[in-house]
Design a protein around this ligand. Sequence first.
Ligand code: HPA
Length: 280
Amino acid sequence: MPEDSTSLPIYERVEHAARTIRARFSEEVRVALVLGSGLGAFADDLEDSVAIPYDEIPGFARSTVEGHAGRLVLGKVEGTPVAAMQGRFHFYEGYSLAEVTFPIRVFGLLGVSSLLLTNAAGGINVAFDQGALMIISDHLNLMGVNPLLGPNDARFGTRFPDMSEVYSRDYQEIAVEEAHALGMELRRGIYAALSGPSYETPAEVRMLRTLGADAVGMSTVPEAVVARQMGIKVLGISCITNLAAGVIDQPINHEEVMETGARIHETFKNLLRRLIPKLQ
Ligand code: HPA
């Protein structure tokens, strides 16, 4: 296998990345996490960890967003081996959705069966407070593009995958139970994904509410779709870092998004620590 695998078909590129990761971390990883804006610090606390910068994994893009570290951390949570992405790739950075979802395909080939996707999102549901955590029950893909467009390699999964239960109902129940055990309130709702990077207008937020969305963001949906094609069970958690545009009369900025992530970090960490060992 050449060092530079960029000319290879996607399946072989994914295999190459998976081999590179296996050579650095020998435990069988069954649970993978993607840590969203402001939520990356969870990976710093993994036990017996190995951190691999994305530029050392063939086929991985580079994370260009402030607040996204850009490395894969492998380690344990309460004894459960996990792979955690500290920083993800976004469509708005100019990456194709094939690039955005490449790590999910690598997780699939590593044998991952459970994927926990986290993100920062704007709250559309007026009952949501800033700093609330929302379990994603379903999504609206309003990015204008699907990550499975183009030739399909059947080794990844079927051409027309079912999306009737993208976010595992079992996992949603487990998340609610664990949150209750911690005395935390957890919201549940529908996540709408737009391409970004500009935030929404108030009119767009009203449109999204009419469509049934409870929160809005710029990620997660492509990764969830690719994971489902590969038969990986998905749990999605949004941190409502701000109220969406027009919900209150106040502009939105990335600093606020990051600050809210940092503020709820302890709660978020406690929930993940309890939850992850149960996602088997
Ligand atoms: N809109 C879109 N994406 C976001 C937001 C928002 O209000 N907050 C954090 N990510």
